[in-house]
Write a protein of this length. Sequence first.
Length: 72
Amino acid sequence: MLDQADHYAVKVRITQRRQLENQLDLAVDAAIREALNRPGRGVLVTRHDHQTFTVELSPEVPQGTITELALP
């Protein structure tokens, strides 16, 4: 189990479609930089709905990998 200090997650809320790519790219870039300091974790991008995403580091994602997950 990860303690709170070991967990990295950023919530991204998109209000306009044209913001989607830019805001997610910024969040993923920040997560990649953070992952360099936390070996053994990859980046997980989860789409909760058409406006809400979470970008986080996950030990279930191989290091150096970005995985996308769309929740129903």
